[in-house]
Design a protein around this ligand. Structure first.
Ligand code: AMP
Length: 187
């Protein structure tokens, strides 16, 4: 079993690279952003709780996010491996994830951090906005999401670096080249 975290700012290409990783390795994909979007779209009780927060571009509180993640893990007891995308975004989430992995006698084996500059990320999101029309990508929320990444989420990196699990990959270039960089990390 291989478990991997793909990490990077909004617009770094996590979604695109995740799709390719799933195809190659058969991971069960857990994207907390997708899960939250599903809940808000379907107006579930959880969706109602997080809608405003998501629309502001802020992070959903850890207790809510961690509970949703745990539920998703429990739904997939047969998984050969998980790809975590958009989770963890705080050290508390990273600690919870390690705990959940340990409880299942496994671990997070690789953390791949896509290294993309703030400017590149802003350019990409601006482009994506015109294509996908995602509510949380509106101009006024973009700053907030990027700020959340560079002020909060970035602190997760030293947590993994200390444990020797961090692999920083240049996230600029053609999709297939970036993918090759990622797969060269996975043994
Ligand atoms: P994403 O598509 O991963 O950028 O996520 C979209 C939004 O969902 C974020 O801006 C947050 O409001 C929320 N979200 C997704 N994942 C997390 C997480 N791990 N912790 C807190 N909030 C999250």
């Amino acid at each position: 079993m291989i478990n991997l975290v793909i990490f990077g700012p909004p617009g770094a290409g996590k979604g695109t690279q995740s799709e390719k990783l799933i195809q190659k390795y058969g991971f069960v994909h857990i994207s907390t952003g997708d899960l939250f979007r599903w809940h808000t779209k379907n107006d579930t009780p959880l969706g109602k709780r997080v809608k405003e927060i998501m629309n502001s571009g802020a992070l959903v509180p850890d207790d809510i996010t961690i509970a949703m993640l745990k539920e998703e893990l429990d739904k997939n007891p047969q998984a050969k491996g998980f790809l975590f995308d958009g989770f963890p975004r705080t050290v508390a989430q990273a600690e919870a994830l390690d705990r959940f992995m340990k409880e299942n006698n496994t671990a997070i084996h690789y953390v791949v951090a896509l290294d993309v500059s703030e400017k590149e990320v802003r350019d990409r999101i601006a482009k994506r906005r015109t294509i996908e029309n995602r509510a949380d990508d509106e101009e006024d929320k973009l700053n907030k999401r990027i700020t959340e990444y560079f002020t909060k989420t970035i602190h997760v990196l030293p947590y993994y670096e200390k444990a020797g699990r961090l692999n920083t990959v240049n996230g600029i270039g053609p999709i297939d080249e970036i993918f090759a960089r990622i797969t060269s990390v996975i043994k």
